[in-house]
Design a protein around this ligand. Structure first.
Ligand code: GN1
Ligand code: MG
Length: 362
């Protein structure tokens, strides 16, 4: 975007200090994010364009985020925590009092304070995986008593039955003429689809609850300080009611993959057992108090579910002609799908180990 455009958008928010620079930030696949540098001792900011093609109900989305961040802030205050502004995001209201600004072209923007000396990582160590597990468990734990009903910002976001239906529709339409190339992947997914849809069946039978979850716990949605300590979770658009499998499984999908989710060489992909163990230990330390036996028993299923679901989603988008995820080259989504399938297969080789390890922690 033109700098001038961004400046006029920033002018809609109450900003302290003179804006010196606006530069793209991060590598999210959905929103556009900018780092806003200001002069002197004033805070820097993060400006984001909300992708309202994907998040169609921006009011609901921003309401969720507001409820969740203020609930967490209160909890931190009441517990006497220090450095609270580094542990939860703070949003700046637009001049009209709203938590976002809609510009003349119908684009939606929001602004938050940039947390100084914070870093995102694409990979974790056993220690930072442990701390991340604990942090996501705490995040869910703090939200068990959210005073308001939150909506689903993307309805049925992690519903595997829906993701299979979307794949089957894509296959039927074959909009980009790519199906013949990927038939074998579709067949592999179909083979395990029923098993991977068990969460929805448990939910319908009243055996599995939905709780407020983050729903996009990939490693790079977490901020660390310079020493590698977890500060807070970011990217809150998908905070919504879901199965806890979302947070537990999606972190391991990126954190315990030996390579990046879009590494085109699937032979680099592998399930990192050390990371699995340390993350699980941290997660259960903070989450076991509120998890039900059914939830705990299905944690190994969650580890398999997320690469399986992500493969389904990348493949669906590839077949549809890349309409959802940002891509850098023609087979980007296909490479991602291969990568996630390889991870899924490797995770399944560890089913028994995972169950035994979790049992041992209890
Ligand atoms: C998207 O916004 P970002 O890049 O953190 C996606 C996640 C996927 C992820 C795959 C709203 O997350 O569900 O797991 O890409 N978010 C949405 O990298 O679809
Ligand atoms: Mg992100």
């Amino acid at each position: 975007m033109e700098t001038l455009d961004l400046a006029s958008i920033l002018a809609q928010f109450e900003i302290a200090g003179m804006v010196m620079a606006v530069k793209p930030l991060g590598n999210g696949l959905i929103n556009d994010t900018y780092h806003v540098t200001t002069a002197g001792n004033n805070p820097d900011y993060v400006l984001q364009r909300i992708n309202n093609a994907i998040f169609q109900d921006v009011d609901l989305l921003q309401h969720n985020i507001e409820v969740v961040t203020s609930h967490i802030r209160h909890k931190l205050e009441n517990s006497g925590a220090s450095d609270i502004d580094r542990k939860v995001l703070r949003f700046i209201r637009a001049r009209d009092g709203k938590t976002y600004y809609r510009d003349h072209d119908g684009r939606y923007w929001r602004l938050m304070i940039y947390i100084p000396d914070s870093y995102t990582h694409q990979a974790v160590t056993p220690q930072s995986a442990h701390d991340a597990g604990k942090a996501f468990g705490q995040f869910e734990q703090m939200l068990v008593d959210v005073p308001e009903q939150l909506g689903e910002t993307i309805p049925d976001f992690h519903n595997m039955e829906l993701r299979m239906r979307q794949l089957r529709e894509a296959v039927q339409h074959d909009a980009a003429g790519r199906l013949s190339q990927v038939r074998h992947i579709v067949d592999e997914l179909e083979r395990d689809a029923y098993e991977m849809c068990q969460a929805e069946r448990l939910y319908r039978d009243g055996k599995l609850p939905k709780r407020i979850c983050h729903c996009d716990t990939k490693v790079n949605n977490m901020l660390f300080d310079k020493d590698g300590n977890v500060l807070c979770v970011i990217d809150l658009d998908t905070v919504m009611p879901s199965f806890i499998f979302s947070d537990y499984g999606d972190f391991l999908r990126t954190g315990a993959n030996l390579t990046a989710e879009d590494d085109p060489d699937a032979s680099h992909v592998g399930f990192d057992v050390e990371i699995f163990k340390s993350f699980t230990m941290g997660y259960l330390e903070s989450a076991r108090g509120f998890l039900s036996p059914i939830e705990i028993e299905h944690l190994p299923y969650a580890v398999a579910l997320f690469p399986f679901m992500q493969c389904t989603r990348f493949l669906t988008d590839y077949i549809n002609g890349d309409t959802y995820y940002k891509t850098q080259y023609a087979t980007h989504n296909l490479d991602r799908a291969h990568n996630q399938l390889a991870l899924y297969c490797d995770v399944r080789r560890h089913d028994t180990m995972m169950a035994t390890y979790i049992q041992g922690l209890l």
